[in-house]
Design a protein around this ligand. Structure first.
Ligand code: GLN
Length: 313
């Protein structure tokens, strides 16, 4: 089936927003100094359907840095260029069962990054971007993520600077991958590119459109542009189902029933293949680094809109 009718979706998005308006659970990320300064009460929800319709409520247009949600779309770009076999083998598709910045996960797996949704796997994915120089890779990356969103994305220079000055752990992950022969590109340059991709600015509305593009076989339903192939969407969504919410991916799938991805600035996207996507933004996080209110909004809307891919009726 498809989504309920236009007015029904609008009413359900508003009702979800109203129910969660006073939810203050969780804490804002502070390991990136600039993120600690975020206004914690911000809350926006957006839904985009594969016919190009969008619904926005609250702070649906408020800008925030995409952070780990970029991993899904950079993976799609790299998979588009290198194909199913290469990314499947080099990056992996299994959940680590460990936090997104885990060093132990690499050590336990012979230096294999495991999956593209944890930092190690995302750094290894960014290293595979096409381009002869970091600038060329960056251009390809920004062009692809912008095509997913349907407009030119820009970078939050302050968040980029703040994370660059405090990302010793990601630099360590890059070096460790390199020591295992799992990174062909320069680790410092690659981590810098990864840090930049995480600082791209989006809104909950953008996330809904970007997710709806993956739900729509790679066609941005608003702009009409074919951004990636249907095969890449299928593979990206499978990876998100397994690892999009890190070590909480099982709980997410159990409660929400569609592939999703979160980021530490409080963004979250839930993607219903063939139907559309929910984008949400609320900076307070749980202990795994996932937006608390964003997850609740996705759960309520997934039920109300009948999105669960495991439901037979
Ligand atoms: N830029 C962040 C980091 O590398 C992204 C992490 C996240 O959103 N979970 O730590």
């Amino acid at each position: 089936g498809s989504l309920p009718g236009w007015d029904d979706v609008d009413a359900l998005v508003s009702a979800t927003y109203d129910r969660l308006r006073d939810d203050r659970d969780g804490t804002v990320a502070d390991y990136i100094p600039k993120l600690a300064a975020a206004e914690p009460d911000q809350f926006g929800i957006a839904v985009a359907d594969v016919a190009g319709g969008t619904h926005d409520v609250g702070d649906a247009w408020a800008p925030f840095t995409i952070q780990s949600i970029s991993k899904a779309f950079v993976y799609a770009l790299v998979a588009e260029v290198l194909g199913h076999e290469v990314v499947g083998e080099r990056i992996g598709v299994n959940n680590t069962g460990l936090p997104f910045d885990s060093v132990v996960a690499i050590e336990l797996n012979d230096g294999h990054p495991m999956n593209p949704m944890v930092n190690a796997g995302a750094i290894a994915t960014t290293a595979l971007l096409p381009g002869a120089s970091p600038d060329e890779k960056w251009s390809r990356l920004v062009a692809a993520l912008s095509a997913f969103a349907g407009h030119r994305l820009s970078i939050d220079e302050q968040v980029y600077a703040s994370e660059s000055a405090s990302n010793d752990r990601n630099r360590a992950l890059g070096q460790l991958l390199r020591s295992y022969g799992r990174l062909d590109a320069d680790p410092a340059e690659t981590v810098d590119l990864y840090t930049r991709q995480c600082a791209l600015l989006v809104s909950a509305h953008d996330l809904a459109v970007m997710g709806a593009t993956l739900a729509d076989g790679g066609v941005n339903p608003v702009s009409g542009e074919q951004v990636v192939s249907p095969e890449v969407c299928r593979d990206t969504l499978a990876v998100l189902a397994a690892s999009g919410l890190y070590e909480h991916s099982g709980e997410w799938l159990f409660e929400i029933g569609v592939p999703g991805k979160s980021g530490v600035s409080g963004g979250i996207v839930a993607i219903a293949p063939g139907k559309g996507a929910i984008g949400a933004f609320s900076p307070r996080l749980d202990e795994a680094g996932n937006s608390v209110r964003g997850q609740r909004a996705a759960a309520q809307l997934s039920r109300a809109l009948g999105l669960n891919v495991f439901a037979s009726r």
